[in-house]
Design a binder for this molecule. Structure first.
Ligand code: COA
Length: 157
């Protein structure tokens, strides 16, 4: 049985878990440092969730951002990942549902996310979870800041 919980504090277990998980999400992004995780966890607009297996081991993660803009409260889901060996047991679905629940509690009218078409399992998961494709143009302007937060190559998503 998968258990999903918001991260309340950064510890070595979380740093180690993200070091395992982030390479399974992005080939270019380095895993977050403890300080970077601290910035996520202490941000009032951002909630990081972790999924744990029966033994309590962290097997997945998702980050939700809820923010107010002039047209209402919006929410974004980012960086959804479940450890390869633990996939197919509902952890991804449970993470997404926890994020949608918190966004709803926070007054978000919509929850947005993007996913590359070649991420088959992810796209199927989002549709099963009630997400619908939205017709809009998604733009990205790259800056000189790379994945490490310093000037360098951009990251892929
Ligand atoms: C997308 C992802 C988070 C889904 O996590 P998950 O815990 O496997 O999700 P669920 O268990 O809720 O559903 C997974 C699907 O895999 C199926 N499945 C069953 N056994 C499986 C296995 N051994 N391995 C993988 N998938 C399996 C499930 O039945 C389900 O059906 P589907 O393939 O038709 O979609 C995970 O595949 C992942 O981390 N992928 C790489 C990173 C990624 O693409 N992230 C999304 C970025 S937008």
């Amino acid at each position: 049985m998968t258990r999903v919980e918001p991260v309340a504090a950064v510890d070595d277990e979380l740093v180690e878990a993200m070091a395992r998980l982030v390479p399974q999400l992005s080939r270019s992004a380095p895993p977050p440092t403890g300080d970077e995780l601290e910035a996520i966890v202490t941000s009032p607009s951002t909630t990081m969730f972790v999924a744990r297996d029966d033994s309590g081991r962290i097997i997945g993660s998702l980050t939700l951002v809820v923010f107010r803009i002039p047209t209402g409260v919006r929410a974004w889901i980012e960086d959804v990942v479940v450890e390869e060996a633990a996939r197919g047991s509902g952890a991804g679905a449970a993470l997404v549902q926890a994020a949608v629940d918190l966004a709803t509690t926070g007054g978000a009218r919509t929850v947005d996310l993007t996913s590359r078409p070649d991420r088959g399992a992810a796209n199927r998961l989002y549709v099963r979870a009630g997400f619908e494709p939205r017709t809009t143009n998604v733009y990205r302007r790259r800056t000189e800041v790379g994945p490490s937060g310093k000037a360098g190559p951009g990251r892929e998503r």
